[in-house]
Design a protein. Structure first.
Length: 207
């Protein structure tokens, strides 16, 4: 968990003004009801200190709308349905990411932490970004990506499957899988998410 030192570290008990950002009226009603159960949270339309953002349950729609996070004037907690959306959400500017089915009373602590400049992740999501330590392999993770592999990792950062990568690049599914495996090997990654995070660290993914 990291912190932006430019923001004041407020108490988790201080009242929080939250902007609820979702186009789904049922989802909005559910989140509003959940937040209203905590007297320290106020859902507001203006002067919000932190935003709770949710694009809905459709994975493709969620990924397409992640760019909205970059334009928000306040720190944001993104609610996602799938662990594969964690890296893209963080890359788009989210300061916190939680799973939709894990949103509960603990959301107050997440909102308070993000308001104070911390970056927070749902426990289950953090595990997806930090895999168990691997035994180092000489030379592993040191290869330079080809132009095609750079294109592939960029598409992986957008949450695309191997089939969608193949469709986007006009190549076969088999070739796409070959390039994905090559990217993971050269980045020393054991999962697609880990490959995206390492690519972000190396500056290979354009936000």
């Amino acid at each position: 968990m990291t912190r932006n030192p430019a923001l004041p570290l407020l108490s988790v008990h201080d009242p929080i003004k939250v902007a609820l950002l979702t186009d789904d009226p049922l989802l909005r009603a559910g989140l509003s009801s959940l937040l209203s159960q905590n007297g320290d949270i106020s859902v507001v339309e203006q002067d919000a200190e932190v935003a709770l953002w949710d694009a809905g349950i459709d994975a493709t729609r969620t990924l397409a709308r992640l760019s909205e996070l970059r334009a928000l004037p306040m720190p944001t907690v993104a609610v996602v349905a799938d662990a594969s959306h964690v890296a893209p959400a963080l890359a788009a500017g989210a300061r916190g990411v939680v799973l939709r089915d894990q949103v509960g009373p603990g959301i107050h602590a997440a909102l308070a932490a993000v308001r104070s400049g911390l970056t927070v992740l749902d426990t289950a999501l953090a595990a997806s970004l930090v895999p168990p330590p691997l035994t180092p392999t000489p030379g592993k993770g040191r290869g330079e990506l080809t132009d095609r592999e750079r294109q592939v990792v960029q598409l992986l950062s957008e949450g695309l499957s191997n089939k969608l990568v193949a469709d986007r690049l006009g190549i076969s599914d088999h070739t796409a899988k070959f390039h994905v495996n090559g990217v993971m090997m050269k980045l020393g990654a054991s999962t697609r998410t880990e490959a995206v995070v390492e690519a972000m660290r190396r500056g290979l993914v354009k936000l």
